[in-house]
Design a binder for this molecule. Structure first.
Ligand SMILES: CC(C)(COP(=O)(O)OP(=O)(O)OC[C@H]1O[C@@H](n2cnc3c(N)ncnc32)[C@H](O)[C@@H]1OP(=O)(O)O)[C@@H](O)C(=O)NCCC(=O)NCCS
Length: 176
């Protein structure tokens, strides 16, 4: 990444109207719902990447839970209890088209993984989950995400694929 990028929490007065990542549903979410989800409903927190004073990417994260039966790694599954397991959900990720391919998506994801390790240490967290859009599955696979157990068969072509990254892998990824 040649230019300096700052990653910080979304602020109430951030201009979100000109952001465009090429996925209208993500752009609409960022412009109209990211703020209320963070400041009014407390459902999620959005982190933004800022380059030269402009928002060039965002990642929304939330606390969530996963059933043990959805953990993809059989060895890990056997070690975990049967009640819902704490995870960090990467709910939305988008990089403005004018800034794609510069490493901003990867930097935002790294920031989310750091939040997950922090959550592990403060509240408990067994991994990160996301619903990967069809065009982004390989982006997540390259970072070690794998489909949730038993979901691949039920996902129709073009539908998002639920994916998981175990907290041990999260920790080793951010230490690299
Ligand atoms: C997918 C997205 C977030 C990637 O962000 P980005 O800033 O362009 O990606 P980066 O520049 O950080 O790329 C990091 C790596 O992932 C690769 N990559 C980027 N987009 C990819 C994709 N769609 N599929 C596979 N690999 C991808 C890059 O080649 C790069 O590889 P390298 O580390 O070997 O050089 C961005 O293209 C985007 O917002 N797309 C539209 C919305 C979307 O699909 N969001 C994901 C929703 S689940």
């Amino acid at each position: 990444m040649a230019k300096a990028v700052e990653i910080r929490r979304l602020a109430r007065d951030d201009d979100r109207s000109s952001f465009s990542c090429g996925q209208p549903d993500l752009d609409r979410f960022f412009e109209h719902y990211a703020g209320q989800n963070q400041f009014k409903l407390h459902l999620a927190v959005t982190y933004v990447a800022v380059m030269e004073g402009r928002i060039v990417g965002f990642a929304s994260v939330a606390a969530s839970a996963l059933e043990r039966s959805n953990i993809p790694n059989a060895r890990l599954r056997r070690r975990l209890p049967i009640y819902p397991l704490p995870v960090v959900r990467l709910a939305r990720l988008g990089v403005d088209r004018r800034a794609q391919g510069l490493g901003i998506g990867k930097a935002l994801l790294r920031h989310v993984l750091e939040q997950a390790v922090d959550q592990r240490d403060r509240l408990g967290c067994v991994g990160v989950v996301t619903d990967a859009k069809a065009g982004a599955v390989r982006f997540y696979e390259a970072l070690g995400f794998v489909p949730l157990e038993g979901v691949r068969k039920g996902v129709l072509p073009g539908e998002p694929l639920p994916m998981f990254l175990a907290i041990e892998t999260v920790a080793s990824t951010i230490e690299r």
